[in-house]
Design a protein around this ligand. Structure first.
Ligand SMILES: [Fe+2]
Ligand SMILES: [Fe+2]
Length: 283
């Protein structure tokens, strides 16, 4: 098998330990994220939106329970039990996706005047819920890692997420923090560019799926994601120490930092796959 064939060969080998490990890793990461989204949505509702507030609180508890349950499983747990748990969590992710889209509809039809959730933020969190839901489906189908065929698609998804984060930070900083607002805008432009570049590569598929092109693509993305992650870390620390003016919740700053870190892990996972399947490494 040459490098490219190997690259296109799906890595679907399912060993029960790996299956449990990957499932628990995704669930632990994303259920915390979903729990925090419920909190951010709740904070953005108006005091009179009690039904929406209750619904958000229910999702908070649901994902907190899921997070706790995931801690009671280990890599040695019965794969059948993990499979059932994945299905259950997948339903929860589908439900919070529905809730977020409903809230988006209310905002866009001006039913929540004065509420503080940006439509793009609500849409963004719904895309993350949908990603989580799909990952759980893939895991139950035996696809343990995001597939190599999906390198470009996965990057398009995460680059857009990163571009959104830069936009949220820029808009939630106090306008008087001119320097930081500028930096955030530059990141937003940088990631918009990278996202369009990724989409260009996507439209050139399957011819564009060569090891050298994908390798360069990942390297370029890694450089920008690392510096965005460092910026988010700095912002988080400054916010925690009350050194800058903003309406960014400290947990939101940490949340977007963790998502950048997750993207970097995924880039490294893909890169390791490319390296192990490149023609040089098999000589
Ligand atoms: Fe998020
Ligand atoms: Fe996000």
């Amino acid at each position: 098998m040459n490098g490219e064939e190997a690259l296109l060969h799906a890595d679907t080998g399912v060993t029960s330990g790996k299956f449990a490990e990957r499932s628990l890793n995704e669930i632990r990461f994303w259920s915390r994220i979903m729990k925090e989204h419920s909190l951010f949505l709740r904070l953005g509702f108006r005091a009179e939106d009690t039904l929406l507030i209750n619904e958000a609180n229910q999702f908070y508890r649901l994902f907190e329970n899921i997070e706790q349950t995931s801690r009671s499983f280990t890599e040695q747990s019965d794969p059948e039990q993990i499979r059932r748990f994945n299905t259950e969590v997948q339903q929860a992710a589908a439900n919070i996706f529905g809730f977020k889209r409903k809230v988006l509809g209310l905002i866009l039809t001006c039913k929540l005047p004065g509420a503080n959730n940006f439509p793009l933020l609500v849409d963004h969190t719904s895309r993350e819920a949908n990603y989580f839901r799909k990952r759980l489906g893939e895991l139950n189908e035996g696809k343990l890692k995001p597939l190599p065929e999906a390198i470009i698609k996965e990057n398009v998804f995460f680059l857009r997420i990163m571009a959104d984060h830069a936009k949220f930070i820029g808009h939630l900083l106090d306008p008087s923090e001119r320097k930081l607002v500028d930096i955030a805008r530059n990141f937003s432009n940088d990631f918009d560019q990278l996202m369009y570049q990724a989409r260009d590569l996507e439209s050139m598929k399957p011819q564009s799926q060569t090891v050298p092109l994908l390798d360069q693509f990942l390297d370029q993305n890694r450089v920008s994601v690392s510096s965005l992650r460092d910026f988010k870390k700095t912002a988080r620390d400054l916010i925690e120490q009350c050194k800058i003016k903003s309406i960014i919740h400290p947990l939101l700053a940490d949340h977007v930092f963790r998502e950048a870190d997750r993207f970097l892990e995924i880039i490294d996972m893909f890169d390791a796959h490319l390296t192990s399947h490149s023609p040089q490494s098999s000589q």
